[in-house]
Design a protein around this ligand. Sequence first.
Ligand code: NAG
Ligand code: NAG
Ligand code: NAG
Ligand code: NAG
Ligand code: NAG
Length: 420
Amino acid sequence: MIIMVPALVILLGAAMILQAEFLPDEKLLLLPPVNFTIKVTGLAQVLLHWEPNPDQKPRNVNLEYRVKINAPQEDDYETRNTKSKCVTILHRGFSASVQTILWRGPSLLASSWVSAELKAPPGSPGTSIVNLTCTTNTVADNYTHLRPYQVSLHCTWLVGKDAPEDTQYFLYYRYGSWTEECQEYSKDTLKRNIACWFPRTFIQGKGRDWLAVHVNGSSKHAAIKPFDQLFALHAIDQVNPPLNVTAEIEGTRLSIQWKKPVSAFPTHCFDYEVKIYNIRKGYFQTEKMTTNAFVSIIDDVSKYYIQVRAAVSSTCRVSGLWSQWSRPVYVGNDEQKPLTRWFLIVLMATICFLLLMSSLLCRMCHLWTKLFPPVPAPKSNIQEFFITTNYEKAGSTETETEVISYVEEPGFETLEDSVF
Ligand SMILES: *[C@@H]1O[C@H](CO)[C@@H](O)[C@H](O)[C@H]1NC(C)=O
Ligand SMILES: *[C@@H]1O[C@H](CO)[C@@H](O)[C@H](O)[C@H]1NC(C)=O
Ligand SMILES: *[C@@H]1O[C@H](CO)[C@@H](O)[C@H](O)[C@H]1NC(C)=O
Ligand SMILES: *[C@@H]1O[C@H](CO)[C@@H](O)[C@H](O)[C@H]1NC(C)=O
Ligand SMILES: *[C@@H]1O[C@H](CO)[C@@H](O)[C@H](O)[C@H]1NC(C)=O
């Protein structure tokens, strides 16, 4: 307690000094900044700049500024700097205001506003492009070892409905401090550019900056209105499908493996979805996972096909789109079954056919024998030999009948011989 009292006294003293410093400034008049300018520093990018008011007194107070964006989209923020960068579309113009502010405890002193604006670029209505869509894709870079991956960019758009037939459009993109013009356009039947392809860009695969795209145009008959759009990379990135999908069945274990897609993101940055399609039953199951392998227990002998797709997970980036499914990988043996089934059917058919034929043949010989009773012929020595040997071998009735029916045959043969 004894130690705390001097501390309190010091605190009180400090507070009194502070108040003494501010009390005479109760009527402190804050003056607005001067020379407020808005300068275009790149595609869809402006720099706001102002100076503190030279007549502001006292000079030693901590002045701050509040910036208010009025168009194209309202926004406001505070800063201690006298300049501020803004990324925004500019084809509808841009306007902003700034004021000097001073926080005094919880209360805020503020000057009047100063404003500046950029006029919308000229152009006839309905001449600018519409429905601009862009996608990015990562490819492995074969040429340089500086960057293992390259990002390509593809954009498409529609011609403005009131654009003259001779309109030509030009596309530019900006990523960070790099700006490039399109070199590979696709054209419509009137030779107007309607799509653009950049095989390589300055876009960073893992980047978080906005991608700014600007499309302007020219025509002999009208001023073509330019068009800007900002894209968040996660929303337009077309992720590659997983690589090297393999699947094998051992007993009832179906194990599936794959590699991460071609991407600047490392392995732990992906979510996967596995689709297992049972071809015999015609249904599929899908499983979500974050690992590069999956084991499923199957209770059904069937042929399956497996597909896997990938998405960058929210641990590494705002979650975006799923990739395409990988090419199907087939596993299992559904084909053997129908084969054996077919074989059995063919076998049965053959047996039936043979039986039918033989019974037909038998009926025919019975008919023959009935129509033309066998002519009694002198028994040959060989037949006698047969009968005797058979009797010797086995005395069963079965053999007897067999032998007897066999005996009849030579008669039939002899008959035939005698007929023809
Ligand atoms: C404001 O701009 C004027 C004219 O460009 C210049 O003379 C003046 O020094 C500037 N004021 C400040 C505070 O920079
Ligand atoms: C273009 O976009 C508008 C809305 O933004 C939509 O209504 C229209 O169907 C789109 N046109 C085509 C051809 O996609
Ligand atoms: C790299 O090489 C492969 C095959 O050789 C090719 O398909 C691919 O387009 C190449 N990538 C780039 C960025 O040129
Ligand atoms: C289109 O925009 C680019 C980049 O701002 C500019 O260099 C070019 O002159 C413009 N072209 C037309 C026809 O306005
Ligand atoms: C995928 O398999 C091919 C050959 O089957 C191999 O050359 C390639 O390196 C594999 N890719 C990966 C990422 O393992």
